[in-house]
Design a protein around this ligand. Structure first.
Ligand code: ATP
Ligand code: MG
Length: 393
């Protein structure tokens, strides 16, 4: 069956009044962007609280659907067959042919749901429902009508043409990216942080990312892995500006000056400081991490408090109450898991102590950091000045 159009449904909660067109316009932009690289040409427009995509004669249906299922803000994607209005008798035949092709197995219940946008049409919605239902029952006697819980809800919309659809492919939900500001994701090569970025983007937040690498302790390949992960997140979140910060000298200096059991916490505090620098420069309104309470020593309540201590922007930790198993489930669903588990070294694991503190005291950590002289300021400045910016699409 060739589908000529997609009818895109979005949730209407919280988008009343003035916000509505902002929401719709952002959604139209995101839909256009998602279809940009799909074979075919697509006209995306809004009409009567819906978004439509008219497709060219030839296009890649599977790919178009796959792209659309990644657009946040859509709750349903309905492939539509458009039929020319050639009288009601012809419509009956066309609708029967539609049912035959889309549902090879006729052991089903259905309901016809007509909508008459064109008020001059010679039949009322009620009559269309009854007469089309009858026509289907006549040709396919195994089918039954169920007006309460039908297997198939057959929508017939009479406009200048007649739109017929019955399938609703579930959308990604959430809010269109670009409707809720921008935040900076601390993106490592692990399983958690790509999922954290996905979850915040799902709420309509545009994402920038910062990755800390430590050459030569971490390889070029480890960096490529992070770029790959950013690309996978960008399939949902849209283009991501990725800052790659060389963290080596800062780590070595901390390693030199501070108690080794506090290394991880102090390093994480410097990561947050640097991430916040880039966040503020670009107008990002928060930081995002993949932390979850108790997962490792640096994520106990005390450690999280010690890390938070240096931040002035809010830190969003969407995975805070998730178990690893639940995080892995999402990583698999969004397609980042396979890349995340590729074995490449991470800068945190190289300088990690055998027995890191699990209950750091903020005061103690602050005092340890006082051992770092103005040299740390110079190192921070160099790290910021030598940052590599990669635009990920
Ligand atoms: P992940 O699976 O995301 O790597 P993790 O369980 O390995 O997380 P940590 O290494 O303690 O946990 O990191 C906690 C969070 O700190 C990460 O989710 C990420 O947001 C941030 N982070 C850690 N290392 C880096 C890094 N090298 N660059 C950028 N952010 C990092
Ligand atoms: Mg990690």
């Amino acid at each position: 069956m060739r589908f000529h159009t997609f009818l895109l449904k979005y949730g209407e909660i919280g988008i009343k009044g003035k916000n509505r067109y902002l929401f719709e316009d952002a959604l139209v932009r995101r839909v256009k962007k998602a279809l940009e690289d799909v074979d075919g040409t697509f006209q995306v427009y809004k009409s009567q609280a819906r978004i439509y995509v008219d497709c060219s004669e030839e296009y890649d249906y599977e790919e178009a659907v796959e792209q659309l299922t990644r657009v946040f803000g859509l709750v349903g994607i309905c492939p539509v067959v458009r039929m020319e209005d050639r009288g009601f008798e012809q419509l009956k035949k066309d609708v029967v042919a539609y049912m035959d092709e889309v549902y090879p197995d006729k052991d089903l219940t259905f309901k016809v749901e007509a909508r008459r946008a064109k008020k001059t049409y010679p039949k009322t919605s009620m009559e269309i429902n009854c007469d089309l239902g009858e026509a289907i029952l006549e040709v396919f006697p195994q089918t039954r009508v169920d007006v309460h819980h039908p297997d198939v809800m057959l929508h017939v919309e009479v406009r200048n043409e007649i739109y017929v659809y019955s399938q609703i492919i579930p959308g990604a939900g959430g809010m269109p990216v670009g409707t809720n500001g921008k935040a900076t994701l601390l993106l490592s090569g692990g399983i958690d942080s790509p999922v954290a970025g996905y979850m915040i983007a799902k709420r309509g937040v545009e994402i920038e990312a910062v990755y800390f690498h430590a050459p030569p302790y971490t390889s070029e390949r480890a960096k490529e892995k992070v770029v790959d992960l950013a690309k996978l997140v960008a399939r949902y979140a849209g283009p991501i500006k990725l800052y790659v910060v060389n963290f080596t000298d800062i780590q070595l200096y901390i390693y030199d000056q501070c108690p080794h059991d506090e290394l991880t916490i102090i390093m994480r505090r410097y990561m947050m400081r640097i991430a916040e620098h880039f966040a503020k420069k670009d107008g990002c309104l928060g930081l995002i991490t993949g932390e979850s309470i108790g997962q490792v020593a640096s994520q106990t309540m005390q450690s999280l408090a010690a890390t938070n201590d240096v931040c002035t922007l809010p830190v969003y930790r969407p995975l805070i109450g998730y178990d690893k198993r639940e995080i892995v489930e999402i990583a698999e669903k969004i397609g980042t898991f396979e890349t995340s588990i590729q074995p490449y070294e991470d800068c945190c694991t190289i300088f990690v102590a055998k027995h890191p503190v699990t209950k750091p005291n903020v005061e103690v950590i602050r005092r340890s950091e006082e051992r770092l002289t103005e040299k740390i300021e110079a190192l921070l400045e160099t790290a910021v000045d030598t940052v590599q910016v990669i635009q990920v699409e």
